[in-house]
Design a binder for this molecule. Structure first.
Ligand SMILES: *Cc1c(COP(=O)(O)O)cnc(C)c1O
Length: 381
């Protein structure tokens, strides 16, 4: 069998042995006491991760895209306008979802590698009336992190719902739902929680819940949060069979997050991000994403002269590390390296050592050990 490879793509992230072990336990009844207890604790922990006291958490079989759809369909209705703040691929997906349901969406799109500035949001809101604003927190394609806290400040002064796509951020980068005034945070299990893929995860504020109730019937059934609400309140009730094993694994992932401590976890993500970028810069690579928008959860890195995408990623994989290529206009020019979830310092050092070995074997000339040393200074300093 192939030796296990370190998964450093922008999600799924490596799954911790504790979470893998939880997946090997027998499937239990979806309305029985074990699942009820695990679901309740997972929902409670989820609220803690987004700093929400009063929000309504939802955990549903699916993935990030279902969570995006659920967030939108339960907040906006025909005749209302949504504003999307896009810094790449997933902002565009928000607009595509609204189109599929005949909903009205304007996008502020940026050149890739940047996020929308708070001033730009403010200016747009002065021109046009919107019911809700949706922002990608971290775009997995461009590595750009949006100033979500600043957006929230602007939206708080107006009567506008704020939806945050935290799929590549929640649990790795701070998101204070109550304090900042976010109405919906949506995410998935496989990115910063480090659980296996399979879940759509959301928290709605009480204001957002009231808005949903006022909407009456919506063009959704499985995605209708009012169908799920009774189950989230009392998981012994049935609506549609929950994936009990995945939920157990997700619960375990939230325990790991909270045992580490949120502040510590955010700092670890920041430090690991800086160390990886320092190593790559020392080796002659440049960072694609613009400086003020760098995300702590992944890096998008431009190849220097003499390193070819396909052979680099293939050799890197042979050396034990899987990274992703660029998408769209960046294909062939960059690689994307995820560093989110439960990545340890020794895994980071292993990856950078494998990177140097890879560069040697593809014939790139650099000062041996310089990447590792730059990273060590940050990780151990
Ligand atoms: C990965 C990702 C998604 C999509 O999640 P899926 O689980 O692949 O459907 C949405 N938004 C962002 C920001 C992501 O990183």
């Amino acid at each position: 069998m192939d030796k296990e490879k370190l998964l450093m793509i922008p999600g799924p992230s490596p799954v911790h042995p504790r979470i893998l072990n939880s997946l090997s336990l027998p499937t239990v009844s979806h309305v029985g006491p074990e699942h009820v207890a695990e679901m309740k604790k997972a929902l409670d922990n989820l609220k803690k991760v987004v700093f929400s006291e009063n929000g309504e958490p939802f955990i549903v079989a699916g993935a990030g895209t279902l969570a995006m759809e659920m967030a939108l369909l339960n907040i906006i209705e025909k005749g209302e306008k949504l504003l999307g703040l896009s810094q790449g691929f997933f902002g565009q997906r928000m607009a595509q979802i609204t189109q599929s349901f005949g909903l009205d969406c304007d996008l502020i799109e940026n050149e890739w590698g940047k996020a929308v500035l708070p001033e730009e949001l403010d200016a747009k809101l002065k021109q046009e009336e919107y019911k809700a604003v949706v922002s990608t927190h971290v775009d997995t394609c461009t590595g750009a992190c949006a100033p979500v806290k600043d957006y929230a400040k602007i939206l708080k002064q107006r009567d506008i719902y704020f939806i945050v796509d935290g799929v590549c951020a929640t649990g790795g980068i701070e998101e204070r739902m109550d304090d900042w005034g976010i109405d919906v945070i949506l995410t998935a299990a496989q990115k910063c929680f480090g659980a296996p893929p399979g879940l759509a995860i959301l928290v709605f504020s009480q204001e957002a819940m009231e808005k949903r109730r006022r909407m009456g019937t919506i063009p959704a059934y499985y995605s209708d949060i009012l169908n799920w609400l009774p189950i989230m309140k009392d998981p012994s009730k049935y609506f549609s069979t929950p994936c009990v094993n995945e939920i157990r694994a997700f619960y375990e992932s939230t325990r790991i997050v909270l045992e580490e401590g949120l502040e510590k976890r955010f700092l670890r993500h920041a430090r690991v991000a800086r160390s990886i970028r320092a190593a790559l810069t020392a080796l002659g690579f440049s960072i694609y994403t613009q400086e003020p928008f760098l995300a702590d959860t992944l890096s998008v890195i431009e190849y220097p002269e003499g390193v070819e995408d396909q052979s680099f990623r293939k050799t890197f994989a042979e050396n034990g590390v899987i990274v992703a290529g660029g998408l769209g206009e960046t294909a062939g020019k960059v690689f994307r390296m995820g560093h989110m979830g439960n990545l340890s310092v020794s895994q980071v050092l292993f990856a950078l050592d494998a990177l140097e070995r890879t560069l040697s074997s593809v014939g790139y000339s650099f000062e041996s050990g310089s990447g590792l040393e730059a990273a060590r200074e940050i990780l151990e300093g």
